[in-house]
Design a protein around this ligand. Structure first.
Ligand SMILES: *Cc1c(COP(=O)(O)O)cnc(C)c1O
Length: 418
């Protein structure tokens, strides 16, 4: 018999780390967070008052790394919407899986968002939960035509999608595709019966998916594309439909789009936008898409806030807010030179040397603006920078002053056009 007091006789586990590696993630990532926190550019606690944040010791700053690009999160209609819905439905969440019993709140929101963006919408409590639930169902062919696709995850896809690799790998083959490499995907399409490409519609460091080129492959080979358009919904396109729905000609079961409602949409929750999937697929999602079936749905306050935001999306105010956002982006571009300058995208990365980026972030913070320093391992070595996000609610004076401060810490000023 094995002597259990003998440690050497017990099994040692050697992980395969095919799709995730916490030793690496925590080991390298913690150093980033520890340094950021020590230098005072992370771990900040502040109250929000009229667009300005104030810490307990009285330091005031404007947040330039907030993804609420249209400032709808503090819009009075959105806040009223949350309160009104709570009163109307009389319950925050009637706790039981919606496949059994549900109050009509979610159905009302799904119908509203479906009308708004011209598709069939299923809600989830977050985009992360939606992807964790949907991707394995796509991998096994249960959400689709029954054929298991090879799952090609874009190398840079958001962690909320990449995190589903191990569960997809138990259902099918999983690959990591080079970033936006359409030739690589076409090669896969020639080799495999079916391919599903998993990619961000708009990247969190700037840039859009090559939606038109992907549509060619979708058309030619039946390739499925799973887009997470969290960064462009509301901020971009007619009625805030986002970059993907504004430009993708493939509006059928070959395209699945998810988007958080927590960024520019200004509320909480997420929308899965489908076309051409029938009731059967909806039932499969409701019953088998992981946390979508066994965990809580969006609560009534989030539903009410979202119904109100959807109303704003239907009217002229959305266009006005998008215009203000675009004006602010253009103003910033006229002050600071970045790789993203000239694009409609609200995120800019102001390049800085790796060893100077934290100090620069702290100086900018002391001057009254929060911009988040990003450096290895969040981004590759040698590509460090200060991440700046423009919003509709920032004033011209705030943006101009930020531009001055950025130049003082070594940011490249934009060339003045002749
Ligand atoms: C912010 C973000 C998410 C997270 O959205 P939640 O609804 O909070 O889970 C997911 N995907 C992308 C691409 C994001 O930018």
């Amino acid at each position: 018999m094995t002597d259990l007091s003998d440690v050497a006789a017990r099994k040692v586990i050697t992980p395969t780390h095919r799709y995730r590696n916490n030793d690496k993630a925590v080991g390298v990532g913690n150093a980033f967070w520890d340094r950021s926190e020590q230098e005072g550019v992370a771990g900040i606690v502040a109250e929000l008052d009229n667009g300005v944040l104030r810490t307990a010791d009285g330091h005031e700053f404007v947040n330039f790394t907030c993804c609420s690009y249209l400032d709808l999160d503090s819009h009075t209609d959105v806040i009223e919407g949350a309160v009104t819905a709570l009163r109307r439905f009389g319950v925050l969440d009637h706790c039981i899986p919606r496949s059994r019993v549900q109050i009509p709140a979610l159905l009302e929101l799904e119908s509203s968002l479906g009308e708004l963006w011209g598709g069939d919408v299923i809600t989830a409590i977050s985009a992360g939960v939606a992807s964790a639930g949907l991707l394995p169902l796509i991998a096994s062919g249960h959400l689709g035509n029954g054929v298991r696709p090879v799952m090609a995850f874009d190398k840079n896809c958001h962690v909320s999608m990449a995190g589903a690799k191990p569960s997809c790998a138990d259902e099918t083959e999983v690959l990591t595709a080079p970033h936006h490499d359409v030739d690589y995907l076409e090669d896969l399409c020639r080799q495999y019966e079916r391919v599903c490409y998993v990619v961000d519609g708009a990247d969190s460091l700037g840039g859009y998916a090559p939606v038109q080129e992907l549509a060619v492959l979708q058309d030619k080979y039946g390739m499925l594309v799973y887009y997470d358009d969290s960064h462009s919904v509301s901020a971009y396109g007619e009625r805030g439909m986002g970059y993907i729905r504004a430009h993708n000609p493939i509006r059928d079961e070959r395209t699945i789009t998810v988007a958080t409602l927590n960024k520019a949409f200004g509320t909480s929750g997420a929308a899965i936008v489908l076309d051409g999937y029938g009731k059967h697929a909806h039932r499969v999602i409701e019953r088998f898409a992981g946390a979508l079936c066994y965990s809580q749905p969006m609560n009534t306050a989030a539903v009410g806030a979202s119904l109100a935001s959807a109303e704003i999306h239907r009217g002229p105010e959305l266009i006005a807010l998008q215009d203000r956002l675009n004006t602010n982006i253009a103003l910033f571009d006229s002050l600071i030179s970045t790789e993203q300058a000239g694009t409609s995208y609200p995120i800019r990365v102001v390049p800085m040397p790796d060893d100077a980026v934290i100090d620069a972030g702290r100086t900018v913070y002391e001057a009254g603006f929060y911009v988040s320093p990003v450096f290895f391992p969040i981004v590759a070595r040698g590509t460090a920078g200060l991440r700046v996000m423009l919003r509709a609610g920032q004033t011209e004076a705030q943006i101009r002053r930020l531009g001055e401060v950025l130049v003082e810490v070594g940011a490249p000023a934009a060339e003045v056009s002749p």
